[in-house]
Design a protein around this ligand. Structure first.
Ligand SMILES: CC(C)(COP(=O)(O)OP(=O)(O)OC[C@H]1O[C@@H](n2cnc3c(N)ncnc32)[C@H](O)[C@@H]1OP(=O)(O)O)[C@@H](O)C(=O)NCCC(=O)NCCS
Length: 255
């Protein structure tokens, strides 16, 4: 079973390993992308801001992607920055898992996530001189917007895609137990059968990093789901989607 979750600081070693293995692979191919690799000092704050996502298969870290609501002012115009968009970066797949399209699936998941947030666009800036990477993004259906060349930046090949729902990509990654609601990082949903909760889906306030457990205080909102047996995976998924639909009814982009 493949899961995707917002990385916590406990996941930092796994995220760094994925990124730095990818950087080493790029160097081994003579590509000048990501020459210095990634440090805890750089990635830790992104994790703390809730921007880093980690995919696992059977517990093993297989891929990562970072999604931010902040447009890089070096690259995107102020008019573009005012549009509802997320910005995707630091996509990497474990070297043991390349060649099967996992990275492409993570990209699709990121676009679907943007749609769930109510955004109009998913955007990214790619390493400016890596033409093979530009071909890769075009093959994945991303439109090349322009190339921005700034002396102090080595990225700048800009791509975007309309943020449209992609249920297949969403379904490819199941959530483990509780459904983190990316729209509101401080909120998560407990659904039937998880952590002893039953009776529907409950939206609960939660601080980042706080463990998921049965609420002691009444939930902020309950979405009843009569007839769904506790622990039933299909039912849980259905409730989760109802929660997503309910929460995303209000456009909250950028996160
Ligand atoms: C980009 C990435 C996530 C794509 O994963 P994927 O969709 O599962 O696809 P694959 O890893 O099988 O790669 C597809 C093709 O793109 C090529 N490719 C991938 N990243 C590349 C890069 N940065 N530069 C040049 N070529 C690259 C692969 O060599 C492969 O080429 P091939 O079809 O000739 O064998 C993954 O290849 C990766 O981790 N790359 C290194 C990190 C990176 O460049 N991330 C994107 C920048 S934000």
């Amino acid at each position: 079973m493949m899961t995707i979750e917002r990385a916590t600081i406990a996941d930092l070693p796994d995220v760094l390993a994925l990124l730095n293995d990818a950087a080493a692979w790029l160097r081994s191919r003579g590509l000048d992308q990501w020459p210095h690799g990634f440090s805890a000092a750089r990635i830790g704050p992104m994790i703390a801001r809730g921007e880093v996502w980690l995919a696992r298969e059977g517990g093993r870290a297989v891929g990562t992607v970072t999604i931010s609501g902040e447009a890089d002012p070096d690259f995107w115009t102020s008019a573009e920055s005012r549009e509802l968009a997320v910005y995707v970066s630091k996509l990497a797949v474990s070297r043991a898992d390349v060649g099967v399209g996992l990275g492409a699936l993570l990209l699709r998941w990121a676009v679907d996530y943007a749609a769930r947030l109510g955004c109009d666009w998913a955007r990214l800036d790619a390493w400016r001189t890596n033409a093979q990477l530009h071909v890769y993004y075009r093959r994945q259906g991303w439109e090349q917007v322009r190339i921005v060349s700034l002396p102090h930046r080595r990225s700048g090949a800009l791509f975007q895609r309309p943020a449209l729902p992609d249920l297949e990509a969403r379904e490819a990654f199941t959530f483990a137990g509780a459904l983190a609601l990316p729209e509101r990082p401080e909120t998560f949903a407990l659904v039937n059968g998880c952590h002893g909760y039953s009776g529907g889906a409950a939206l609960l306030p939660r601080r980042p990093g706080q463990p998921v457990r049965k609420p002691l205080s009444p939930p902020a909102r309950v979405i009843p789901s009569p007839g769904v047996p506790a622990g039933d995976p299909a039912g849980i998924r259905a409730i989760g989607q109802a929660v997503i639909a309910d929460v995303t009814a209000a456009r909250t982009c950028p996160p």
